[in-house]
Design a protein around this ligand. Structure first.
Ligand code: NAD
Length: 485
């Protein structure tokens, strides 16, 4: 796209709330600004949803809920499939808007359009496969029929790091299951979800089924919604701290909850690994999305027998990454989402260096506009460095050595989180053993990217609970009903 086309695309992004699928200004009359993290300039102003808007969306959702639940699965499926096609047709718009508001390199935004759309296709396919079970009662005196029913109106709260996929991963299974849904996108990146609202309006999703409510301040909108007995579920992707707060709030109304929370993924390289493949995998696991992914490799644990070779190769790859605005053709790495995030990353790097880590490349924020941080490799990271405990969420690779398999696995598991882990080995017995021993909801064996719409995504321990994607993903939106006869 040339700059005029980009300007036209941005101008065409719907600016009002999607209230039950219809564009309406906020009852508060307020709007808020969305900025480009590569230069701090305002891209657009969108309606700022308030409590009244939320309750109106919920009234519409609960009114249409029975009808939507009774809509033929095939019809729900075809709506999702049509949305999948339309997102692809509009891939240029989605990718450019996503890069503008979130900062990631354009090629990565196209990657997310594919990944995000895939949930629409996957759950279009799952919508027609919702099943139950049937058995005879062991006493021989009756039949046990188990069926599935939609849980009811859902509230989805999404983060800024994958503005499309974190939405479709919740919207698609909810619609497939027969649930209505209200989406509150992250305040930094509401525009991509606004485009998705247009897609669903254009494919004929019935009014009331989906609302999209951008807001500058979440609690005044989400609080009254979660307290309302018509809401039945909250699904959240974001930080562990906010997730815990939401679970507490959900208790009063006994809402179903799905919590996709923070991570602290270890990436373990054993001495028998293919080192070049491990470096490729580390580049993907660490640098995708500028390191701003909950599955991002946060700690690189490398056998001391190969640590020099691995770190040298990784350093030369990371040092070669070009940072710049995501829309520039030669950019590999865009800015971080905002100044706040850049401050967090700088604080973690400074802490590690002060405690003795060595900077192999990068290490600071470049001078100039935009919330950029240099792609960084630290080695000799001491065990008390904060970045081994906290999510970095930036382009910083922290390398730590180990001597035995046991030591490597123990170091990898030394975290309260448990979302993803990765390891590289050429020994198949070790691969089976270590995959079993790593305490996380997802494990990548000799690969640095594991996300797949057909796989159950989710964590254990402080990374939350619930699964998105796969055949498991739709279960989160279904209740179980037992009929005795
Ligand atoms: P965040 O928790 O600050 O915000 C996430 C969302 O919650 C945003 O929409 C925000 O507006 C909303 N929110 C914040 N406070 C709220 C409150 N009090 N009540 C209701 N809503 C509130 O997280 P973030 O910084 O936007 O996202 C980064 C975090 O998300 C990281 O910790 C990352 O690991 C996690 N994440 C997890 C997954 C996963 O699937 N496990 C995926 C992506 C990101």
């Amino acid at each position: 796209m040339d700059s005029n086309s980009i300007t036209r695309t941005v101008a065409s992004v719907p600016r009002q709330l999607w209230l039950g699928g219809v564009q309406k200004p906020s009852a508060s009359g307020k709007t808020f600004e969305v900025t480009d993290p590569s230069n701090g300039e305002v891209i657009a102003s969108v309606a700022d949803a308030c409590a009244e808007d939320g309750l109106e969306a919920l009234a519409l959702a609960s009114q249409i809920q029975p009808e939507w639940a009774a809509t033929a699965p095939r019809v729900r499926s075809e709506i999702l499939r049509a949305a999948f096609d339309l997102v692809h047709e509009r891939a240029d718009d989605f990718a450019h808007v996503m890069t503008l508001e979130m900062g990631k390199a354009l090629s990565e935004s196209y990657g997310e359009v594919n990944y995000g759309a895939e949930f629409l296709r996957w759950f279009a396919e799952e919508a027609v496969r919702i099943g139950g079970r049937y058995t005879s009662a062991p006493a021989g005196n009756g039949q046990i029929l188990v069926t599935k029913t939609p849980v009811g109106p859902v509230l989805a709260i999404t983060p800024w790091n994958f503005p499309l996929a974190m939405g479709t991963r919740k919207i698609a299974p909810a619609l497939a299951a027969g649930c209505t849904i209200i989406v509150k996108p992250a305040e930094d990146t509401p525009l991509t979800m606004q485009l998705l609202g247009q897609v669903f309006a254009d494919v004929g999703l019935p009014p009331g089924v989906l609302s999209i409510l951008p807001t500058s301040t979440a609690p005044p909108l989400t609080g009254p919604l979660m307290a309302d007995p018509r809401l039945r579920k909250v699904t959240f992707t974001g930080s562990t701290a906010v997730g815990k707060l939401l679970v507490r709030n959900a208790a009063d109304n006994l809402l179903h909850t799905s919590m996709e929370l923070g991570g602290n993924a270890p990436f373990v390289v054993f001495a028998d690994a293919d080192i070049d493949a491990a470096v490729d995998g580390a580049m993907a696991a660490k640098m995708r999305n500028g390191g701003q992914a909950c599955t991002a490799a946060n700690r690189l644990h490398v056998d001391n027998a190969v640590i020099d070779e691995f770190t040298d190769k990784l350093t030369s790859r990371i040092a070669a990454l070009r940072i710049g605005p995501g829309l520039d053709a030669d950019t590999d790495l865009g800015p971080l989402i905002n100044e706040r995030q850049r401050t967090v990353v700088a604080r973690l790097v400074d802490d590690a260096v002060r405690k003795g880590a060595r900077v192999r490349t990068g290490g600071s924020a470049p001078v100039g506009p935009g919330s950029f941080f240099e792609p960084t490799v630290l080695d000799r990271v001491p065990s008390d460095a904060l970045l081994l405990r906290e999510e970095i969420f930036g382009p910083v690779a922290a390398v730590i050595g180990f001597d035995t398999e046991e030591e490597g696995v123990a170091a990898a598991n030394d975290t309260e989180f448990g979302l993803a882990s990765y390891f590289y080995t050429r020994d198949s017995a070790r691969a089976a053993r270590v995959a079993n021993e790593l305490n996380s909801g997802m494990v990548g064996v000799n690969r640095g990217i594991i996300s797949d719409a057909a796989a159950p995504f989710g964590g254990v321990n402080q990374s939350g609970y619930g699964r998105e994607g796969g055949t498991e993903g739709i279960e989160e939106y279904l209740d179980t009903k037992y009929v005795a006869s």
